[in-house]
Design a protein around this ligand. Structure first.
Ligand code: GLC
Length: 532
């Protein structure tokens, strides 16, 4: 499975992201749950993933799909119980699948007992000190304390009846915690231990670049009213509420806790910062193990941009001293089939990009449903959309969160329990009838069987996973590189077929992302793994 020591399992792992609400429905109520995840572990084992990362399943009013946690130490009844979690994790481990859970430390839910106590308490009280309450500006405090904007649109402050304002970098239902308060830090040490004691192998740290805000909470000096939304600066220009130096003290406190536990417990940061040097600071022996590299996901389907990003990411990995991560889809972005043109062409390109990604050094993160070739669902009725940013900006992430189609027919698709009564919490498009896991099972050329074959080869071939990329000269629109020992990867994004002869390559084809009608000729929008 991995060539490195056990503790380093994450370095070249294939991690499958489960969005619990939409993955598999164990009790037939139309909402996915942990029982459903448990039931699908044999499927995931056959798919060939090393680990699953579960998006939040904690007690939550689901104002942001669970990224608004009301109790960090319990499971929301819609998703099951702690006993269901334990049973699922224990089965996963028995099948050789590690379990990563999502930790959301920047903000809690407004229904968290701490926030409810803060609302009931007076300004200046210890209860309010757990969050970011401030007096407003203006004669009567009627103006927010600064010009900060919510990532989901609108201002980042909401006023409470006694006149104070509280900060929420996301929805108003997600008040930011005050990480300058030692009580908050201690609480999260306890949360880490709670899940480590239950046997989790790692954490995905949500908004890992948040938590600490610049002293004095200075205004940005630019808002949607004048220069465009502040969120557009994210990842390219400094913001006073993200990537502050003080955040690293938090991770330096967390790392010894992770290291106390045996078996290589890890943490991966979701950190949007403005340079590779800034990202590198999150990684290392005394902080987190990995950070997501979103550049590949953000790139156009284009040979030049892929090559530039691969080179940049590998250079960053050297700087950071840890292998990079690759990801093409997640619960926040349009599915890559749709980004690349949707329909037949989009799927063809998605498979080519996936096979390219799976050949690169480092770990790869897959998003549930991409192994079925699912597209983004663009035509959901507005009244069913739940993404909190939809109401504020018109942008919605619901289309990549539509429940997975499992069964032979769409009706039973999400009902893992055939006696269940529910229908999926978001409707599945009729054309997914042919994309159900069951429909793809027996088709050797299905996307599901393609993913299985790719992951099997990745496990079997020592060349894939760790190691280096050695570029091979190739014509415009074609990426070709060697992965030692013995694997050559070619991705053809030119608008014409290319022959292996013209690339000076020969060898035995291992796998192609789409069928190759003429042996020795790689059609456009196709990736090939070659033994040679
Ligand atoms: C992260 C999550 C996203 C969530 C946000 C607020 O970016 O991936 O889904 O809305 O944090 O927690």
């Amino acid at each position: 499975m991995t060539t490195q020591a056990n503790d380093d399992w994450w370095r070249d792992a294939v991690v499958y992201q489960v969005y619990p609400r939409s993955f598999a429905d164990g009790d037939g109520d139309g909402t996915g749950d942990l029982q459903g995840v448990r039931g699908k572990l044999p499927y995931l084992r056959e798919l060939g993933v090393d680990a699953i990362w579960l998006s939040p399943f904690y007690t939550s009013p689901l104002a942001d799909g669970g990224y608004d946690v009301a109790d960090y130490r319990d499971v929301d009844p819609r998703f099951g119980t702690l006993a269901d979690f334990d049973a699922m994790a224990s089965d996963a481990h028995a099948l050789g699948i590690r379990v990563i859970v999502d930790l959301v430390p920047n903000h809690s839910s407004d229904l968290h007992v701490w926030f409810q106590q803060a609302l009931a308490a007076a300004p200046g009280s210890p209860e309010r000190e757990r969050y970011m309450f401030r007096d407003g500006l203006g004669e009567t405090g009627e103006l927010p304390p600064n010009d900060w904007e919510s990532i989901f649109g609108g201002r980042a402050w909401t006023r409470v009846p006694d006149g104070q304002w509280y900060l929420h970098l996301f929805a108003p239902e997600q008040p930011d915690l005050n990480w300058e308060n030692p009580e908050v830090r201690t609480e999260f040490h306890g949360v880490l231990r709670f899940w480590l004691d239950r046997g989790v192998d790692g954490f995905r740290i949500d908004v890992a670049h948040g938590m600490i805000k610049a002293e004095g909470l200075p205004s940005v000096g630019r808002t949607s009213d004048d220069g465009g939304r502040q969120v557009e600066m994210l990842g390219s220009e400094p913001l006073p509420y993200f990537d502050q130096d003080g955040v690293h003290d938090i991770y330096r406190e967390w790392r010894p806790i992770l290291d106390e536990y045996p078996g290589g417990r890890m943490a991966v940061a979701e950190a949007w910062v403005d340079s590779p040097e800034r990202l590198a600071r999150y990684i290392g022996r005394d902080e987190l193990h990995q950070a997501f590299n979103f550049d590949f996901m953000m790139a156009e389907f284009d040979a030049e941009s892929f090559r530039t990003i691969i080179d940049k990411s590998l250079a960053e990995a050297d700087l950071v001293g840890a292998p990079t991560t690759w990801v093409l889809s997640n619960h926040d972005k349009f599915r890559h089939v749709t980004r690349y043109g949707d329909g037949v062409i989009g799927l063809r390109r998605a498979r080519a990009a996936t096979l390219l990604m799976l050949s690169l050094p480092g770990s790869a993160y897959l998003y549930n449903g991409e192994e079925l070739g699912l597209n983004e669902v663009l035509d959901l009725p507005d009244e069913l959309r739940e993404d909190p940013s939809f109401k504020r900006t018109g942008e919605s992430r619901d289309g990549c969160r539509v429940p997975l189609p499992w069964g032979g027919t769409l009706e039973e698709g999400f009902r893992f329990n055939p006696d269940g009564q529910g229908t999926p919490w978001l409707p599945q498009p009729a054309k997914w009838e042919s994309l159900t896991a069951q429909a793809q099972e027996s088709d050797p050329e299905s996307t599901l069987n393609f993913y299985r074959a790719a992951l099997r080869l990745r496990r079997e071939l020592p060349a894939l996973g760790g190691g280096k990329v050695q570029w091979i000269d190739s014509p415009e629109g074609v990426l070709a590189f060697r992965r030692d020992p013995g694997v050559v990867v070619v991705t053809n994004i030119a608008d014409r077929p290319v022959t292996l002869a013209e690339l000076g390559l020969s060898g035995t084809p291992l796998l192609t992302s789409s069928p190759v009608p003429t042996p020795g000729t790689l059609p456009a929008d196709t990736t090939l793994w070659l033994l040679g």
